[in-house]
Ligand binder design. Structure first.
Ligand SMILES: Nc1ncnc2c1ncn2[C@@H]1O[C@H](COP(=O)(O)OP(=O)(O)OP(=O)(O)O)[C@@H](O)[C@H]1O
Ligand SMILES: [Mg+2]
Length: 264
């Protein structure tokens, strides 16, 4: 098993407030799965992603990545895992504005273990990654000279540069129009068909529909974890929930839940 989370909790303390962002999440992800993580705002998706990506440590529970217990890793080993085993893609692209597409893509090699990468080899690998995402003709462009979809392609090229075990994307299409969203999802699917393991956090059913499996979170817990073909029930409940909270906001009305909400 590539990823094995067991009973993960994450508690944030802000002033006197205690926030239970994850409440006992257990989740396994195998090599070459393509998984969507869904749930309403505040349900813990990004917190879970940060755990999976070793950007944050759980308050309790265990995380085994490629069979190794993450909590036992020292700072140097963790940094290496983050750099080499995990590729990140974010909604806001997170590119360095003054650097060209090529320089942005090269970055993980600059920080790679021992930094033994020579300039020429680095450049060659970064160029191949840009070519892989269809941007061979934009290598000297800076982020402000690229479209949103192209910026996300640069970020994906950077994320796959070290051939990571897992590619993680947090709302990767949140800033893109629907045609560009489809382009980016097609690229993710191609990478998946070549063996890449992919975890995508998304609000959108259209995005999740491109994945094989959907994990739905609610209040820091896994509400359902189903193959996409069986996820209709989860989608129905999420829609009912969204409609109810919309209605509650509009009318500030706390009437008894409807029959369909009770079914969830
Ligand atoms: N660094 C932090 N410090 C304190 N509380 C936090 C922190 N990060 C997240 N939280 C809280 O933890 C809960 C889960 O947040 P998280 O960012 O994981 O939600 P999310 O599902 O990604 O939401 P969204 O869809 O809006 O991005 C929220 O209640 C949030 O306010
Ligand atoms: Mg989030």
């Amino acid at each position: 098993m590539l990823i094995q989370l067991t009973d993960i909790t994450k508690i944030y303390r802000v002033g006197i407030e205690t926030i239970h962002a994850l409440r006992g999440v257990s989740l396994s992800i195998d090599r070459n799965e393509m998984v969507a993580i869904m749930g309403s705002s505040g349900s813990g998706k990004s917190t879970l992603m940060n755990m999976l990506g070793c950007l944050d440590r759980p308050t309790a529970g265990t995380y085994r990545l490629k069979g190794r217990e993450v909590s036992r890793m020292g700072a140097a080993e963790l940094a290496q895992v983050r750099n080499e085993d995990i590729g990140f893609v974010f909604q806001s692209f997170e590119l360095l504005p003054r650097q060209t597409a090529l320089q942005n893509v090269e970055l993980p090699l600059v920080y790679a273990r021992g930094s033994g990468w020579r300039w020429g080899a680095r450049r060659k690998r970064a160029l191949a990654a840009l070519e892989r995402v269809g941007l061979a003709n934009r290598v000297t462009h800076r982020p402000n000279q690229l479209s949103g979809g192209q910026k996300q392609r640069v970020a994906i090229a950077r994320a796959i540069l070290n051939r990571p075990a897992i590619l993680m994307a947090d709302e990767p299409t949140g800033n893109l129009d629907s045609a560009t969203t489809l382009d980016i999802l097609t690229l993710f699917r191609q990478l998946h068909s070549e063996g890449q393991t992919i975890v995508i956090v998304t609000h959108e059913d259209e995005v999740a529909a491109h994945c094989q499996r959907v994990v739905r979170l609610r209040d820091g817990q896994i509400m359902s974890d189903l193959p996409i073909a069986q996820d209709q029930a989860g989608r129905f409940c999420a829609e009912v929930e969204a409609r109810m909270s919309e209605r509650a906001l509009r009318t500030a009305d706390s009437k008894a839940p409807s029959a369909e909400a009770k079914a969830c």
